[in-house]
Design a protein around this ligand. Sequence first.
Ligand code: NAD
Length: 470
Amino acid sequence: MSSSPLTFTPVEAISTTVQEMRTSFKQGTMRDMEFRKQQLKSLLAGLHERETLIADAITTDFGRAPQENVFYDILPVQFEIGQILLNVDKWAQPDKPALISDQTAFLMSSMEVRKEPLGTVVIIGPWNYPIRLILLPLVGALAAGNTVVLKPSELAPHSAKAIESLVTEYLDPRVVRVVHGGVPETTELLKQRFEHYFYTGNGMVGKIVAKAAAEHLAGVTLELGGKSPVIVHSDVSDLGVAATRIMWGKLLNAGQTCVGVDYVLVHRSVKDKLIELFLNYIENAYGRLPQKSADYPRIISDRHWQRIKSLLDATKGTVVPTCDDQPDQADRYIPPTIVDNVAFDDPLMSDELFAPVMPIITYDSLDEALDYINSHDQPLALYSFGSNKSNEYVFANTRSGGALANDTVFHLAAGNFPFGGTGPSGVGRYMGKYSFDTFSHHRSVLKKAIAFPPPSVDSLRFPPYQGEEN
Ligand code: NAD
């Protein structure tokens, strides 16, 4: 949280940077798979050598513990590169679709689906997991053979600077470039032609990115957010484990996690006990004075702090004391906050909270709770704690980007598992093979024999058509 080390890219230099990446792609820089792998290995080496520096940069940006920076930002990228290196040769092989037996016209043909790069792609990242959310798509794009322009978030300037140093020192400049900036620079970047626009952040900017992609009739992936609910059923087998996993999923990054828990829908019979267990978790994790805990992050900006404070002032729910300190604007600190007796129309329920604030809604009828979820935007994640039967009932009767039974957030850690939203929580998916496919064109290549044994089906294809009357 010190002054910014970033120098924004001059607006007039942006089109040249993009053009250089386009030219490099056309020259075939990324054609060779061994070269792509060598780039990924070099990036992996950089991530190991610079692990501490990168973790410290994130801590400087918003006070998150260095251990969390390694666990949630750096390690996942290292793991992803490892998985890609192991599998990319297999993923890059053409698919050979089986011939449908009665399609005699294709008998002397071969069909294959080749995995070809898209071209030059842009990846625009947010501040909240500033390393993983820019480097995870990057490694997929490189594995698939694209050249890339990266735009890290200016709201995490030390992390953005760390990305630039990493890219500059460990990757070939013909392959990736970094553009820094805020709205004017990103607006200029979005005017440029890319073959794919990959954006992570809020939905309002997501629409701007989708329109920019539409101008060029290009592909788009939008990784957005939303209000991800947790349902706690009366038949949950271990409420203690549930409470720990739910509160962890709320307070991780001080609530500023796209798949973080937004609110809890809890069956009346277990509500009081759940709140008691939440309070135990908070005290064990951060003590009575979380502001003094080195493990408790800050809110990213004054604007977001004000937004959260206004919501807390406006709620009609009952604020449950969790600790001994108070919101502190100068420090952009919001303590862990539980709000009980929240109604569906409470201000806390209007938008994604992105805050360490847990609204608790009590339900008697599960269908009523599901009706509430289904009458709002499809969330990025949905969590259900209960028996298999209860969890399956929830999954069968709702829609969401991802769904997780008996835990929160953890589905992001599973390798080769598609990550993405649906409806307003996002468009498209990535991770592992899904990233490779997102950044590849599946080109159908049909090779026919020039000669066809009689009786040729070609005779049916060209006029004059047999048996037709003129
Ligand atoms: P942010 O403010 O850092 O913005 C993200 C990017 O958009 C930045 O690079 C920024 O420069 C750019 N940007 C901002 N305004 C712009 C404009 N007018 N035109 C063009 N570009 C612009 O991050 P944020 O949006 O505050 O991130 C938080 C949101 O992102 C939350 O809604 C969260 O749920 C969502 N999110 C989603 C995921 C996911 O993987 N699905 C991950 C993290 C965050």
